[in-house]
Write a protein that binds this ligand. Structure first.
Ligand SMILES: Cc1cc2nc3c(=O)[nH]c(=O)nc-3n(C[C@H](O)[C@H](O)[C@H](O)COP(=O)(O)OP(=O)(O)OC[C@H]3O[C@@H](n4cnc5c(N)ncnc54)[C@H](O)[C@@H]3O)c2cc1C
Length: 409
């Protein structure tokens, strides 16, 4: 079979890999995307259980690459407000899009919808060739290019190979890039829940002693997608438990906030790990999205961080190309690497702070959390500044720190 030569081979045509390919439209760069599994194009009446809370920054990226209309025309639910509180406590905080002069705070979208809208876009690009369903078999490094063979027997050479192949990245392993990781000691249970009261477009999250439980509003006024972080054994029990008992436990855990809860369709649990690749770039290699980092979903930031990786890498690659520089040299990829490693590290640290802050029911710690949340709620300057950065929950953490974490504990 013929050897193909491209500038960039992107392994993984998920949300992040496809965003990178779409961001390289209108350039002369020749791009290959290798994706193992193509998504089914027909959406079910009941939304998929894997959804993402896309921030407004992510919306801007997806608009710029021409995928936003394809998302909205399929299915997406804007959320106008957010409410976070702690079980059995006065601690609570709220945000409204109106107060910030924004039309919404973001959108809840099925991952498959994002992937399908991006695929529409990428398959129309002359500079992109999609190899799917296909997977990489081997990788070899030459002086000026990398060599890839695919399971289909096709061979490729590329100046740069990008790993957008998710948390268990094949490329990261092949390239021997060490990984720092930590088990969060949680699994995330996801499901669609029909509530007896309307969600009113509000994203809600309760912190329970076992972990956070989020109810994300979907397009139907009484349907929410939940992300329930729990000790793994309990999550497994709840996934297999009969529906009636599950519904009861969920309604109680959620403080009855939307009345009675009823599960519809599948329940699934995903073990949660923090992962941070030591290198986001090497000679002829760059990592983006979950291949580079994974974080706890409690602030719903994983894919938002990944989309920013894709946009940042595209920006640097286009600039290198325009200057006639080699896009695969590590020294030319260092700017991307420093930039995105710093952003991922900040997010990982913030998630760790939250986990520690909301872990356990120590009454003093609980009091501090309450004061922190209420203070953040009534300080509009603080709240808005952080809201605009779409990093909502960090406010609670910082305010709590200001309230004298050291003295209280
Ligand atoms: C329960 C849960 C809830 C979450 N909620 C949110 C949220 O609300 N907001 C948010 O921002 N983030 C959220 N996240 C995180 C988010 O889902 C991930 O950050 C996101 O999916 C990462 O996208 P990606 O494209 O990097 O990787 P993936 O989505 O994993 O895509 C990788 C792609 O690569 C393909 N692939 C893998 N290996 C190969 C190979 N060897 N060859 C070819 N193709 C390959 C796969 O088929 C896949 O299509 C959540 C995560 C979990 C677990």
């Amino acid at each position: 079979m013929m050897m193909k030569s491209v500038d960039i081979a992107i392994i993984g045509g998920g949300m992040v890999g496809l965003t990178l390919a779409a961001a390289l439209a209108e350039t002369e760069l020749r791009v290959a995307v290798i994706e193992g599994t193509l998504p089914d194009e027909t959406l079910n009446p009941l939304p998929d259980v894997r959804v993402s809370a896309l921030s407004r920054a992510s919306e801007r990226i997806l608009r710029r690459v021409g995928a936003w209309d394809g998302i909205i025309s399929r299915r997406a639910a804007p959320y106008m407000a957010m409410k976070v509180w702690e079980q059995d406590s006065f601690a609570n905080i709220g945000f409204k899009a109106d107060d910030l002069g924004q039309p919404d705070l973001g959108h809840i979208v099925e991952n498959r919808v994002i992937q399908l809208a991006l695929l529409d876009r990428v398959t129309r690009q002359d500079n992109v060739e999609l190899f799917a369903p296909d997977r990489c078999q081997s990788l070899a490094m030459g002086e000026n290019e990398a060599w890839l063979t695919l399971e289909s027997g096709q061979s490729l050479t590329a100046k740069l190979v990008v790993g957008a192949d998710g948390a268990n990245s094949w490329l990261r392993n092949k390239a021997d890039i060490p990984l720092t990781w930590r088990d969060y000691g949680h699994s995330a249970l996801v499901a669609n829940i029909r509530c007896s009261e309307p969600h009113d477009g509000v994203a809600r999250q309760i912190f329970t002693p076992e972990g956070p439980l989020a109810f994300l509003p979907l397009s139907e006024p009484d349907l929410c997608s939940i992300v329930w972080s729990l000790p793994p054994e309990k999550a497994d029990r709840l996934v297999t438990m009969d529906e009636e008992s599950f519904n009861k436990q969920l309604t109680v855990a959620f403080d009855n906030q939307l009345g009675l809860c009823r599960v519809e369709g599948d329940r699934a649990a995903f073990p949660l790990k923090m992962r941070y690749a030591r290198d986001f770039a090497k000679n002829r290699i760059a990592l983006v999205g979950d291949a580079a980092h994974t974080i706890h979903p409690l602030a719903g930031q994983g894919v938002n961080l990944g989309l920013l990786d894709a946009a940042s890498l595209a920006e640097d690659l286009v600039s290198l190309w325009q200057q006639g520089k080699d896009i695969g040299l590590h020294e030319n990829l260092r700017h991307y690497e420093r930039w995105r490693k710093a952003e991922a590290a900040k997010m990982i640290a913030a998630m760790q702070g939250f986990r520690e802050l909301f872990d356990g029911a120590n009454p003093l710690k609980k009091l501090a959390r309450g004061i922190g949340m209420v203070a953040a709620d009534v300080l509009p300057g603080v709240k808005q500044q952080f809201m605009l950065r779409a990093w909502v929950l960090r406010v609670i953490y910082l305010t709590w720190q200001k309230c004298g974490k050291k003295q209280v504990l």
